[in-house]
Design a protein around this ligand. Sequence first.
Ligand SMILES: [Zn+2]
Length: 126
Amino acid sequence: MNIEDRKKELTPEENHVLFNGGTEAPFTGELLNEHRVGMFSCKVCGTPLFASDTKFESGSGWPSFDQALPGATENIEDNSLGMLRTEVRCATCHAHLGHVFDDGPATTGKRYCMNSICMEFKEEEK
Ligand SMILES: [Zn+2]
């Protein structure tokens, strides 16, 4: 998969969030209220990132998960906007996905705050 070719297929908004570290407006993402059983994957390279059973309602307005699939994401220190945050990227193609915070549910204590626009959902086949 050639990332430069994939970029041309994506919308300007998708490119902005995925490759410039942008953030979609809260409560706008189409995956925010996705409750089917399945897999959330990277919109650029298709790598599975989050299983539906790790998704929870955080109230933030962005799809939230308490853990990523092992090895699927990479964490990068982010000092932008005057805050120390941990950026989450796709470990395969390094596209920006969102941030991870330490105020998640008791299961893991983590809150992966993801941009819906950076992911695709595929329902598990019955
Ligand atoms: Zn990717």
